[in-house]
Design a protein around this ligand. Structure first.
Ligand SMILES: NC(=O)C1=CN([C@@H]2O[C@H](COP(=O)(O)OP(=O)(O)OC[C@H]3O[C@@H](n4cnc5c(N)ncnc54)[C@H](O)[C@@H]3O)[C@@H](O)[C@H]2O)C=CC1
Ligand SMILES: O=C([O-])CC(=O)C(=O)O
Length: 312
């Protein structure tokens, strides 16, 4: 038997990709290959070397390399796609669709060529449609192509609730469903602080305001940064999903999954609660929704379908 460390390739060495690579190494989840286009090869190698040189100080063992050559990604267990363009103030995530769809196709062809058995996590926006594009291009089974949005959206919701109640973020749970757009669906009814439903902690107006801030959470950061979008919390979210898969934790997390009838939707990717483990997406969990919640999810699914139409 040969024991080897997990190999994780992160495609795109920009803000989210580089931050993800560092966090993966800091958690010793495996060796990391950071990949970008040939024009960005120098900075990609430089970032990887700088990260590698932080490992003796941090007391972690992880090889981190930077490259523009996909051959170095060969036999990755997990590939995280962050490549593409990010939005600037005044843009919506959907404005990125045509440019990033092309990037998804070219990146996925290379990923599949060198790592035909990997699991792929997609971050690039508009992420529900981009995950679909990666799924279509890869020809992989649905359990091996998963998108990230819900862990991040839920983290924002939990942050705002914990601030409001002045309690630990650890004791606040939440669930955000739907597409990663301004009509995502934070499910207050399934959210708790210390095991007590949020509706018992806060009046409806405060909860509504926090739901609204969560929906616009990405835009809030875009407005503040001025030249790009969020990356610390997105990277942390990807790493939580990666850890669930690489350690076969079978965590229950929201993720963008391929739906074949679940929640009443067919042939599309949308954020739903799932179990993540060694096979990637192990299972989709179907929650019972009220009529109002289902209508909100339908609106969100319609927005995702509109973006998917551009792809077709
Ligand atoms: N799903 C989510 O929750 C989130 C999604 N995002 C999305 O992630 C994407 C990346 O964001 P950032 O890292 O902030 O952008 P960035 O601009 O800092 O980095 C993107 C990197 O992708 C590279 N790239 C472009 N085309 C490529 C190709 N064909 N092959 C390999 N690399 C390529 C660029 O050279 C650049 O280094 C954006 O689309 C952004 O909207 C960002 C945060 C959260
Ligand atoms: O808002 C953006 O463009 C980036 C993103 O998806 C997020 O931070 O939620």
């Amino acid at each position: 038997m040969t024991i080897r460390r997990s190999k994780i390739s992160v495609i795109g060495s920009g803000f989210t990709g580089a931050t993800t690579a560092l966090m993966l190494a800091q958690k010793e989840l495996g060796d990391v290959v950071l990949v970008d286009i040939p024009n960005a090869e120098g900075p990609t190698k430089g970032k990887a070397l700088d990260m590698l040189e932080s490992t003796p100080v941090q007391g972690v063992d992880a090889r981190i390399t930077g490259t523009a050559d996909y051959a170095e990604t060969q036999d990755s267990d997990l590939v995280i796609i962050t490549a593409g363009i990010a939005r600037k103030p005044g843009m919506s995530r959907d404005d990125l669709v045509s440019t990033n769809a092309k990037v998804m196709r070219s990146v996925t062809e290379q990923v599949v060529k060198y790592s035909p058995n990997c699991i792929i996590l997609v971050l690039t926006n508009p992420v529900d449609a981009m995950t679909y594009e990666v799924y279509r291009t890869s020809g992989f089974p649905k359990n091996r192509v998963i998108g990230q949005s819900g862990v991040l959206d839920t983290a924002r919701f939990r942050t705002f609730i914990a601030q409001e109640l002045n309690v630990s973020v650890e004791d606040v749970t939440g669930f955000v469903l739907g597409g990663h757009g301004d009509d995502m669906v934070p499910l207050v009814r399934y959210s708790y602080a210390g095991g007590v439903p949020l509706e018992k902690w806060l009046p409806k107006e405060r909860l509504d305001a926090i739901v609204e801030r969560t929906r616009k959470g990405g835009g809030e950061i875009v407005g503040l940064l001025g030249n790009g979008s969020a990356y610390y919390a997105p990277a942390a979210s990807l790493v939580q999903m990666a850890e669930a898969i690489l350690k076969d934790k079978r965590r229950i997390l929201p993720a963008i999954a391929y739906l074949e009838g679940e929640y009443g939707y067919q042939d599309m990717y949308l954020g739903v609660p799932v179990i993540l483990g060694a096979n990637g997406l192990e299972k989709i969990i179907e929650l019972e929704l009220t009529e109002e919640e289902k209508q909100a999810l339908d609106r969100s699914a319609d927005s995702v379908r509109k973006v998917m139409k551009v792809l077709n």
